[in-house]
Design a protein around this ligand. Structure first.
Ligand SMILES: Nc1ncnc2c1ncn2[C@@H]1O[C@H](COP(=O)(O)OP(=O)(O)OP(=O)(O)O)[C@@H](O)[C@H]1O
Ligand SMILES: [Mg+2]
Length: 257
C-alpha cells in the first residue's frame, strides 16, 4: 500500500479536485484507492453526525464504501480555522485517532489519498499543525499549486516549509483555478525550475472539474516516492503480495533512486 498527503498553496487551491482526480487516475490503473479528509470544518448535520462536502466526495470516489467516521474523524460545524472550531466545541484534534482511521482504511486499499485542511502551516492545536499529519501517517506529500497571481511565493514557501519539516515532497500539480491568469506558461516554467520535485500534472480550468477528466492530466507514475516508503509499506510473502508488487513496479517506472 502506498499513500500520499495532499496539501496546497492555500485554501481553495484545488486540493479536493486534484485528490479526486488522483484517485480516479489510480483507479483507472486497477489500484483500489480510498480517500480521507482527517480534519474538516464547515460541516453540516448528516444522518450519522456532522459531515463535510469534501469528505463526502472523497468517500464517494473510493473504490469501496468506507465508513464516514474513518474518512473524516474530526468534523466541525463553523467554517473557521480547525483549532478554533475545535476549541469552540470543547474538542482537541489528536493525531492518534487519525492514524488509527488511516491504518484501517489503508488495510483495505492499494493507494490512499489524504487531503489536508487549508495550507501546510494551518494550526490544528496550540502545539500541532497540518504539517504533523503526514509525519504521523508516514506519508510523502503532493503539493497543489493553485495557479493565480501570488502562487510563486506561496508555492516556494510551502515547498521550503515541507522540506524544513523533514517531510518528503513527492511532487506537485499546477491547477488552473483562474481562467484569466496572465503569463501562466512563464509561471509554470518558473515553478518547474525552482521547486525541485516532479510536476505530475498541469490541470487546466475545467468547467466543471470531473475526476475522470482531471485524471487524464495527471501522471502518478512521476511521483518521486521516498525509498523508505517502498521498504516499509510493501507487504510481504503471499500471492497477493506478488500481484501488488508487480502492479507497483508497473506503476512506478520513474521512482527516485
Ligand atoms: N482545474 C479547475 N478548474 C475549474 N475549477 C476548479 C479547478 N480546480 C478547482 N476548481 C474549483 O475551485 C474551487 C476550490 O477547489 P477545491 O474545493 O478543490 O479547493 P480546496 O483546496 O480543496 O479547498 P479547501 O481548502 O476548502 O479544502 C472549487 O469550486 C473547485 O470546483
Ligand atoms: Mg478541499
Amino acid at each position: 500500500m502506498r499513500g500520499i498527503f495532499v496539501t496546497g498553496t492555500d485554501t481553495n487551491c484545488g486540493k479536493t479536485e486534484v485528490s479526486l482526480g488522483l484517485m480516479a487516475a489510480w483507479q483507472s490503473r486497477g489500484l483500489r484507492t480510498l480517500g480521507m479528509k482527517p480534519v474538516a470544518t464547515g460541516c453540516k448535520p448528516g444522518p450519522t453526525g456532522l459531515q463535510n462536502a469534501d469528505a463526502l466526495r472523497l468517500q464517494a470516489q473510493g473504490s469501496s464504501r468506507a465508513p464516514y467516521g474513518l474518512v473524516n474523524p474530526y468534523a466541525f460545524e463553523p467554517p473557521i480555522a480547525p483549532h478554533i472550531a475545535a476549541g469552540q466545541s470543547g474538542a482537541e484534534i489528536e493525531l492518534g485517532p487519525i492514524a488509527n482511521a488511516y491504518r484501517t482504511l489503508a488495510a483495505e486499499s492499494d493507494r490512499m489519498v489524504v487531503e489536508g485542511v487549508g495550507g501546510w502551516r494551518v494550526p490544528l492545536s496550540t502545539s500541532r499543525s497540518v504539517s504533523d499529519l503526514p509525519r504521523a501517517l508516514g506519508l510523502p506529500v503532493l503539493m497543489v499549486v493553485g495557479l493565480r497571481l501570488g502562487c510563486l511565493n506561496h508555492a516556494l514557501l510551502t515547498a521550503e516549509s515541507i522540506r524544513a519539516d523533514g517531510a518528503h515532497l513527492a511532487g506537485w500539480v499546477a491547477n488552473g483555478i483562474d481562467p484569466r491568469m496572465e503569463a501562466s506558461d512563464a509561471n509554470l516554467a518558473t515553478l518547474a525550475a525552482l521547486l525541485g520535485s516532479p510536476c505530475i500534472g498541469v490541470v487546466p480550468w475545467l468547467s466543471p472539474p470531473e475526476p475522470s477528466e482531471l485524471a487524464g492530466y495527471l501522471n502518478p507514475e512521476l511521483l518521486a516516492w521516498p525509498p523508505a516508503t517502498e521498504a516499509s509499506l510493501r507487504p510481504r510473502g503471499s500471492a497477493e503480495t506478488h500481484r501488488r508488487v508487480e502492479l507497483e513496479q508497473q506503476d512506478e517506472p520513474a521512482r527516485a533512486p
